[in-house]
Design a protein around this ligand. Structure first.
Ligand code: ISE
Length: 342
């Protein structure tokens, strides 16, 4: 079978990372086309990869006859039209979160994919592919914790770009815990409240940081998340699940512990999400490539979070942004579940 030819749209931090990943670590695939709003950046990257071209228009890149599948790492507001183009051309797509930036547009994508009768859209919630999250999921599903009851999460970033506003802490950062909750507990989230503690004096003026999110699930489980994106320290993502038979925690960041004179001990903190979740991104992309290459025989071109997962997370985050304004717990209302009709 020949290599899958992938178009990577958006070659900023994450997209460029994926280009490097596909080119050097993923088997059975290569990058045939790159596209970016900054055409020079795309041309520069294309020049470094044998057999790769820069295509200036994102929709042309999707339609290109030398493209079998698409990896979207473009800004969220462009996703709706780009996903529609992927569906129109029947091109499997791995879409970095968010699926789209609105509930209606996300549901539109879910319904149009369902009408085609084939799963073409996978959403890039990479934590599901991290070894530690996978272990936690196996532990919960195997019943080792009994009935899971609570989850406590910490999500700290050393810094965020200057354009980051308070609602992005919900849409861009908390969205991962939203997906983790749905993944680990297998339940939809029914309400969300954002609590606003005193802001970090070192945070940019007007940025509500830290935030505490409180989520409830359909089965009455409670999840709390500390979001703190201007710690100035390191990247810290911890998740603790508490059940009737005990608890389990991941993300302790304890790699090598060194002891040295005079009387010190310590280790290395993880600087950012690309380092912390590097293995997860590799596994996610390799499994997606494998799924796309074998898709025609299975009637599905995904192996991971679906368009529905993208829609559900958008709906929770939109309610979260409402709660940021009202201070109240906001209900999450999801449409009737739509699944792909084969
Ligand atoms: C970023 O977009 C990510 O997806 C990271 O995983 C998250 O930790 C960070 O807060 C976001 O800004």
């Amino acid at each position: 079978m020949s290599d899958l030819r992938i178009a990577v749209l958006g070659v900023g931090v994450m997209g460029a990372d994926h280009v490097a990943r596909i080119t050097s670590r993923i088997s059975g695939a290569r990058v045939s086309v790159v596209n970016d709003y900054f055409t020079q950046k795309a041309e520069q990257i294309a020049a470094e990869i044998p057999g790769c071209r820069a295509v200036a228009d994102p929709l042309d890149a999707i339609a290109d006859s030398e493209v079998d599948a698409v990896l979207l790492a473009t800004p969220g507001p462009t996703h709706h039209s780009q996903l529609l183009a992927c569906l129109e051309h029947h091109k499997p797509v791995l879409c970095e979160k968010p699926l789209t930036t609105g509930i209606d547009s996300s549901l539109d994508i879910v319904r149009r994919e369902a009408d085609l009768g084939v799963e073409l859209i996978q959403v890039g919630f990479m934590r599901r592919f991290d070894h530690e999250y996978a272990q936690l999921k196996t532990l919960i599903d195997g019943g080792a914790l009994g009935t899971p009851l609570l989850m406590h999460c910490v999500h700290r970033n050393p810094q965020v770009p200057p354009s980051f506003d308070s609602s992005m802490i919900v849409r861009d950062s908390l969205v991962h815990e939203v997906d983790v909750t749905r993944f680990l507990f297998g339940e939809e989230i029914t309400s969300i409240q954002i609590i606003k503690p005193a802001a970090n004096p070192k945070a940019p003026q007007g940025l509500q940081d830290p935030q505490i999110a409180v989520l409830s699930t359909a089965g009455g489980k409670h999840v709390d998340v500390e979001l703190f994106v201007t710690t100035g320290v390191a990247y810290e993502v911890r998740t603790e699940v508490v059940g009737e038979l005990g608890s389990a925690m991941i993300g302790l960041d304890v790699g090598l512990v060194r002891k040295n004179a005079p009387g010190h001990w310590g280790g290395q903190l993880t600087p950012g999400f690309r380092e912390r979740f590097g293995q997860a991104y590799d596994t996610e992309v390799q499994r997606w490539v494998n799924a796309v290459r074998t898709g025609s025989s299975r009637g599905s071109y995904i192996d991971g979070p679906s368009a529905w997962d993208g829609y559900a997370s958008t709906a929770v985050c939109e309610a979260g942004v409402r709660s940021l304004e009202t201070g109240q717990a906001e209900p999450v209302e999801l449409a009737q579940r739509v699944s792909v009709r084969a």
